[in-house]
Design a protein around this ligand. Structure first.
Ligand SMILES: [Fe+2]
Length: 245
């Protein structure tokens, strides 16, 4: 007989905390937001039980964006940082074996993407993508460079704050959560229409990683701490799920 796992106290979801899909200040949301009532669709077994990504598929430089594009031959240009944290559930228990993927602009604010035509040059030594899997304590880390702010077409002179895109996979492809990490002290956060679709200041603050000098390495890199909480009162805001998983 299997022992029942103690799931801890039930923490009700705050269904009002997530930003609305339609926000006129974020121009793209006007066209992307649904115009018809939402319908609920049952997930299929393949979505809930799909193949898992395992440790065996990770390369040694997969979580080192400073070196992974050149396979260690030459480092990327920019402010060297360690991005680290834990994946936690609603009762602050660590979530191990979780695939985390990140993508970001380079130090000048340019993505390595065919549709990014910003003036800032590409860094030949920086690809902008990385991945890792949380350990038994739910911990993860990436060595990377701090991405630059970049302009985007919205209402005129609009700039995205420095940010890293983050994807978290559960046990299948049907369990994917996506969010963005911002950096403590960036004055562009308060001016960004995308960041400010999150109307609750406390929720937005949870997307801002504080400087963590305790994990910085002298004469090498600064560190920023970003914990990802899957649900509950301290849940991280996710772009693709209204309430998390
Ligand atoms: Fe971005």
């Amino acid at each position: 007989m299997t022992a029942t796992r103690d799931l801890g106290p039930l923490i009700p979801r705050n269904r009002d905390a997530h930003p609305p899909a339609y926000d006129p200040d974020y121009k793209t949301s006007v066209f992307r937001s649904p115009h018809l009532p939402l319908i609920s669709m049952e997930s299929t077994p393949s979505e809930e039980t799909g193949p898992r990504f395992g440790h065996a598929r990770l390369g040694p430089l997969d979580n080192n964006l400073i070196l992974n594009w050149t396979k260690g031959a030459a480092p990327a240009v920019g402010e060297r940082i360690l991005m680290h944290g834990r994946v936690l559930d609603e009762n602050a228990r660590p979530v191990p074996d979780t695939l985390i993927e990140i993508w970001q602009a380079n130090a000048g604010g340019r993505y390595r993407h065919i549709k990014d035509t910003y003036f800032a040059p590409l860094d030949p030594n920086f690809g902008g993508c990385g991945r890792t899997i949380t350990d038994e304590n739910g911990c993860y880390e990436f060595l990377t460079i701090r991405p630059g702010a970049y302009p985007w077409p919205n209402r005129g002179n609009e700039w995205r704050p420095m940010h890293v895109h983050v994807s978290v996979f559960g046990h299948s492809f049907g369990q994917r959560l996506i969010t963005q990490m911002y950096f403590e002290g960036d004055p562009l956060i308060a001016r960004c229409p995308i960041a400010n679709t999150v109307k609750d200041r406390g929720q937005l603050d949870r997307l801002v990683a504080p400087l963590d000098l305790g994990r910085a390495r002298p004469m090498d890199f600064l560190a920023y701490k970003f914990d990802i909480v899957l649900r509950g009162r301290r849940q991280t805001m996710f772009e693709n799920k209204l309430e998390g998983m």
